[in-house]
Design a protein. Structure first.
Length: 194
């Protein structure tokens, strides 16, 4: 369990430090961080993009005070807001990028499709979904197998391979666009569109 927590903390650090180097977020005007918790990752993205890029942290209402405080602390209140809600019911926030970090791995396939469909309802034709997840490319990596079992035990989710992600997206009426390797702990960005 300690190894998994250390891995999760490391992924938070690498996510914050390299995502904006691996993907051009400046092409968006409004990034919605679905399941964005305290907003730290979105804050880092906004600090590394031009001022015309705005963002919304969307997560459980109980997390929004912390997200708002973090946004204010980083002097981004004019570019970023926090909205409470439940992505299992709806994602009522318009954006041209819907970003999910370590969200899909926590749920079974049926709920993942539901989450994607809820996001799709708010998407415009040019909107993108970006998933930042551990992807099981080799299906033999001991770290991923350990992570997979831990996710399954604690949440019912799992570490998926690329074809499983493509299948979930397709079931929700979305199209796989590209896979961008990040290089640490088998994490990658998956881009999808309507």
């Amino acid at each position: 369990m300690a190894k998994i927590l250390i891995t999760a903390q490391f992924v938070n650090v690498i996510g914050k430090s390299i995502l904006h180097e691996k993907y051009d977020f400046s092409k968006f005007k409004n990034i919605v961080d679905v399941g964005g918790s305290d907003g730290c990752l979105l804050i880092d993205i906004l600090k590394n993009t031009p001022t015309y890029v705005h963002g919304t942290v969307f997560d459980q209402p109980s997390l929004m005070e912390k997200a708002k405080a973090n946004i204010a602390e980083h002097k981004l209140s004019d570019r970023c807001k926090a909205i409470g809600g439940n992505f299992l019911e709806s994602v009522p926030v318009e954006g041209d990028c819907y970003f999910l970090k370590d969200v899909i791995c926590d749920w079974d396939d049926e709920i993942c499709v539901k989450i994607f469909r809820n996001i799709k309802k708010s998407m415009k034709n040019e909107s993108k979904i970006l998933l930042f997840e551990a992807i099981d490319v080799e299906q033999s990596d001991l770290n991923l197998i350990t992570l997979d079992y831990s996710i399954w035990i604690y949440s019912g989710g799992k570490v998926r391979n690329l074809s499983e992600y493509k299948n979930l997206l397709e079931q929700a009426g979305l199209k796989f666009v590209q896979l961008i390797g990040v290089g640490e702990f088998k994490y990658s960005l998956i881009e999808a569109s309507v």
